[in-house]
Design a protein around this ligand. Sequence first.
Ligand code: SAH
Length: 483
Amino acid sequence: MYTKNQIIELVISDLGSEGEGIGKIDGFTFFVKNALPGDRIEARVLKVKKNYGFAKVERVIKPSSFRIETPCDIAAKCGGCQIMNMTYERQLEFKNAKVRNNLIRIGGIDEAYLDSILEEPVGMEPEKGYEVPVRYRNKAQYPIGVNRDGKMIAGFYAGHTHSIMEADDCYLGSPDNKVILKAMLDYFEQNHISAYDEKTGKGLIRHVLIRTAYAYKEIMVCVVINGKTLPKSEGLIEKLLALKLDGTIKSISISPNMDNTNVIMGNTFEVLYGQGYITDKIGDVDFRISPLSFFQVNPVQTVKLYNQALEYADLKGTETVWDLYCGIGTISLFLAGRAGRVCGVEIIPQAIANAIENAKINNKDNAFFYVGKAEEVLPAFYEGQDMKPYILDGTESIRTDREDFLSPDVIVVDPPRKGCDEACLETMVRMNPERIVYVSCDSATLARDVKYLYENGYKLKKARAYDLFPNTVHCEAVCLLAK
Ligand code: SAH
């Protein structure tokens, strides 16, 4: 048997769903982070269970042909980029296989049939001078803490922990972030503003959120604080506005979060400088984004994904479409230009406020929105409750098109990782749309829901993986289901 700290030699034969290397010795399986299929490694045993164990790479004896140098020095420790040491081609293959396997194993889709409808995965071009795509993210959230010497630091949580690893830059984000972060830390130090301590619940600064709208080069900074006000904030504003950046800071805000939980943002935000939003463009639609709203992190890939959703929706101009889990109305407004009418449903009120503004700035007067849980709004609407949607001017409207929305042509869903609630799926089926377009960030729950829809009369017609998160194990997928 194996014991902790034992040194073993291992050939990695496979990749687990979290990007960990898998190697076997006489039927005993080891999971090894940062190891790749084809690697021959010397590993240190970390933990031993009955039939499997965990080990750590000590030395690569013979590297896999997929192994590359990571541009980032801390990739192995940070945990954010689990597969940055893999060629991009292999990363894409890994993600496609993950979507495919889940649809077969969890979704119950016939393998040969799936292979006839699964389209080529869509990836990004690696950055000039790099082997993998980098600097694609428009959003960065840095936890703030102190190091052993009591100095304030910003960084990232080291993989699966809550200890902050100091890092002033991230290869996935904008180069401006580093400059902004340094100015903020200087300002906190100079004004003796403390970092929040999760253990004691004391201290003020929890996180710094920086969002960039690449289309218009607008930057938003939001400080998440364990309190209601940020002392001497005029000084911070002055300091940030004086920075030499590639983009322009359009918004500085605080978001109070006094809860002792893992949730990063508070429920509200208060503007200290500028607007409460930045504006980005996807395709030919402008979007206002507030600190609290969901917005896809990779604009280059997002437009491809939304165009695919549009293609699968196959709109001729007169259709009635629901867009469930609509966020700030991204997909809704993308579809509104090609449909008769679109109605979005979203749980976060501030996101719907953005969605209404976005409908207005893009002159989409055929887009309507409801605030609430998709699994509550949709059944309530179907059961005949008189629900007035929000429209363009932010007021509630009289519904004259109720009949159309009771039997829509297309329903688009884009749920969070946990997928759709069954009450939502059940009502979708009862509404009997011609097509369902399912956009997903977790192919396991996607596959579960595809199975439910299949058992209720909808067949998977097309599926495609979209890599919105290069160097990480995450992947988006979009599916077309039809009667
Ligand atoms: N379609 C949007 C947002 C997708 S992310 C886009 O592409 O930008 C998923 C969204 O679902 C988030 O905005 C989240 O706030 C919202 N959400 C989470 N649970 C929900 C629920 N039960 N009902 C409705 N919306 C929900």
